[in-house]
Write a protein that binds this ligand. Structure first.
Ligand code: BTN
Length: 238
């Protein structure tokens, strides 16, 4: 796959920039937008993504699809699976990167229409060298690769390794869909059948247990003794 790169030492958000400029990207290529620092990094569910300078990885992967393609919702899961494989991490549904029940990365998947195509915009944030004192600024249990490994990592190198793995799996997805990725996605999940979970959905919290992942990447929970399918929401281990 041919790749176009844009790098910013400082930007508001690589996703926001990609969304604004998608109409200038080449439709036959993957465009990767990276930054050393984000002043307005965005997370899922409208959250802020803490993006201090020089410590972490902020990268947005953009690629175009025909409007008729129905499985674009799986692209963030393709990206998170590649990252989990290469960095030996776990996945919390739908696309959080975890280690020891603490989050260290995630994907913000967005789309924008360009002419008669959809541009899929997938922002990956990973805490690489963030020290414990900075992690305490995050409102949930968080970790970083530095804490896991016990030493500072070369962010450039992590970024390149990830890029190869992600582009490989994106190519597979373009050609064959989510099916060849699904086994690895499932193998890296933190959730096990029967795990108690609380599920944040439609401004409410539902208590239940984890059942399974469907072939289309959606989630099955057991709620009141019945299996129910969810396309979105946020899962917490109870
Ligand atoms: C999440 O909430 O888990 C998703 C976090 C995604 C953060 C990344 S950092 C690069 C890209 N630019 C952003 O503003 N957000 C994503």
């Amino acid at each position: 796959m041919k790749i176009d790169y844009y790098h910013f030492s400082v930007i508001d958000s690589t996703n926001t920039w990609a969304k604004t400029n998608a109409s200038f990207f080449r439709k036959d290529r993957v465009t990767i937008v990276t930054a050393g620092h984000q002043t307005a990094g965005r997370g899922r569910q409208g959250r802020h993504w803490y993006s201090p300078p020089g410590q972490n990885l902020y990268a947005t992967y953009c690629l175009f699809f025909p409007k008729t393609r129905a499985d674009l919702i799986n692209i963030p899961q393709v990206v998170v699976t590649a990252a989990a494989k290469i960095l030996d991490l776990q996945i919390k549904w739908p696309n959080d990167l975890m280690k020891n029940n603490k989050k260290l990365g995630g994907i913000l998947g967005e789309t924008t229409l360009v002419d008669d195509t959809i541009c899929s915009i997938n922002g990956l944030g990973i805490n690489v060298n963030m020290p414990p004192e900075d992690l305490s600024a995050i409102d949930r249990p968080a970790t970083s690769l530095k804490i896991i490994e016990g030493y500072d990592l070369d962010i450039e190198r992590v970024s390149t390794e990830l890029q190869d793995a992600i582009c490989n799996d994106l190519k597979l997805f373009i050609e064959q869909g989510f099916a060849p990725i699904l086994p690895d996605f499932k193998a890296h999940l933190v959730h096990q059948l029967g795990d108690s979970v609380s599920f944040h959905y439609n401004n409410g919290i539902i208590e239940g247990s984890f059942h399974s992942i469907n072939d289309d990447g959606t989630l099955n929970l057991i709620l009141d003794d019945t299996v129910q399918r969810f396309h979105s929401g946020e899962l917490h281990t109870a």
